[in-house]
Ligand binder design. Structure first.
Ligand SMILES: [Ca+2]
Length: 347
C-alpha cells in the first residue's frame, strides 16, 4: 500500500504557500509578478518539465522500530552474517575486525521509477584512513550471498552504490576518501577491490561521512533510465549532487539490500532507515515507445566498448601490424621498380 508523503521541491512549495498566505496585503501587480516568477521557476526546476509524485512503499522500506526484523520470518527484511538489530539502528558490522553483515528485502521490487533514501551512520575508534571498509546499497537480482564486495557477492547482477571508506589503491592522491561510487554489474563484471572499483565505476564523489555528529543520508533515484545519486552529509538538509547518468538499464523485480564489511581495519556501519518511494512520472508517447523493450540484463549505454576483451585487443594489434608490414612491402616493391626504371633511363 502506498502512502503519499511528499512532492518534489517541498521547500519551494512552502515558499509558495507563504506567498499565498500573505496575499491580502499585496497589490495586484505585485501578486501577478510573484505568480509569474513562481510558474517560471517551477518550470525550470521540475525535472526536465516532468511532474513527479512520490509514494512511500512500506513493503520495501525499513525504519524504526524494525518490527520483526531478524526475529520473524514474516518480516519483509532478512539479516545476514554479523548484522544486528537494536532499537536505534540495524548495525551491519560492529567496529571489530573481519566482520561482514547485510540486510536484504524479501520482496522483489517491480517499480519502474523509484527513489531510495538511506539514513546511515559510519563511526568508529580508528583515526582517518585507519578504518574500513565501507558499506553498500544494492538493487540486485541476487540476495543473501556473502562475498568480498562490501560483504556481498562479486559478479553481482544489478546496481551497487558503495560508500568506500578505505583507499586500497596507493595512487589515491587525487581522490579523497571516503568516496561514494556507483557500479552496474551484469553477472560477469568483477569489482576490483585493490583499485577501489575504479575500472568499473560509473562516477562518484567524495563524502566525509565518518564520525559525524549530525545525520547523514544517501539518495539514489532511478527515473526514465536515469541514475542519480545525491548525498546529504553536511547537516544542512540539502542534497548535494554526486552522480547523474542517463542510459542506465536496470531490470524490474530485483531486491534492495545493504551490506558492509570490515577487514584489518573496522567501523560501525549502521543503517537507520531505508525508505523506498515509488515515483509517478508522466512520459511522452516517444519516451514510452523508446522504453517499450523489456530490460533483462543490466547495462549502461555507451560503456560497452570500454571493456575490450583481451582477444579483441590481440587481434586489433595483430591486424594493425600485418597492415603496416603489407604497406611497407608494397612501398619497397614500388620503390625498387621506380629505381630500376630510373637506372634503365640512365644507361
Ligand atoms: Ca576501498
Amino acid at each position: 500500500m502506498g502512502v503519499k508523503v511528499t512532492v518534489q521541491w517541498a521547500g519551494f512549495r512552502a515558499t509558495m504557500a507563504a506567498a499565498s498566505s500573505s496575499r491580502k496585503k499585496m497589490p495586484l501587480k505585485f501578486r501577478w509578478t510573484i505568480a509569474f516568477l513562481v510558474v517560471t521557476l517551477s518550470l525550470c526546476f521540475a525535472d526536465d518539465d516532468h511532474e513527479m509524485e512520490e509514494f512511500l512503499k512500506r513493503e520495501h522500506s525499513l525504519s524504526k522500530p524494525y518490527q520483526g526484523v531478524g526475529s520473524s520470518s514474516s518480516s519483509h527484511w532478512e539479516l545476514m552474517g554479523d548484522a544486528m538489530v537494536t532499537t536505534e539502528q540495524v548495525r551491519l558490522t560492529p567496529d571489530m575486525q573481519s566482520r561482514q553483515g547485510a540486510i536484504w528485502s524479501r520482496i522483489p521490487c517491480h517499480l519502474k521509477d523509484w527513489e531510495v533514501q538511506v539514513h546511515f551512520k559510519i563511526h568508529g575508534q580508528g583515526k582517518k584512513n585507519l578504518n574500513g571498509d565501507g558499506l553498500a546499497i544494492w538493487y540486485t537480482k541476487e540476495r543473501m550471498q556473502k562475498g568480498p564486495v562490501f560483504g556481498n557477492k562479486d559478479n553481482f547482477t544489478g546496481l551497487g552504490v558503495f560508500v568506500d571508506t578505505y583507499p586500497n589503491e596507493e595512487k589515491h592522491i587525487e581522490r579523497i576518501f571516503p568516496f561514494v561510487l556507483a557500479m552496474v554489474g551484469n553477472g560477469t563484471i568483477s569489482y576490483d577491490h585493490e583499485r577501489d572499483g575504479r575500472p568499473t565505476e560509473l562516477g562518484g564523489c567524495n563524502a566525509m561521512v565518518r564520525n559525524l555528529k549530525h545525520d547523514s543520508f544517501l539518495f539514489i533515484r532511478y527515473v526514465r533510465r536515469r541514475l542519480t545519486v545525491m548525498i546529504d552529509i553536511d547537516g544542512q538538509h540539502e542534497w548535494r549532487d554526486c552522480l547523474d547518468l542517463p542510459g542506465v538499464r536496470l531490470p524490474q523485480g530485483y531486491y534492495f539490500g545493504a551490506s558492509a564489511i570490515t577487514g584489518d581495519l573496522s567501523d560501525n556501519h549502521d543503517i537507520i532507515s531505508m525508505k523506498l518511494y515509488q515515483l509517478t512520472v508522466l512520459r511522452s508517447k516517444k519516451e514510452e515507445e523508446e522504453e517499450e523493450d523489456v530490460i533483462t540484463i543490466p547495462s549502461v549505454d555507451n560503456m560497452d566498448d570500454e571493456g575490450m576483451s583481451g582477444i579483441a585487443i590481440f587481434f586489433t594489434v595483430l591486424f594493425s601490424m600485418l597492415g603496416c608490414i603489407f604497406l611497407i612491402v608494397i612501398g619497397l616493391v614500388v620503390y625498387s621498380h621506380w629505381n630500376e626504371n630510373r637506372r634503365k633511363r640512365f644507361y
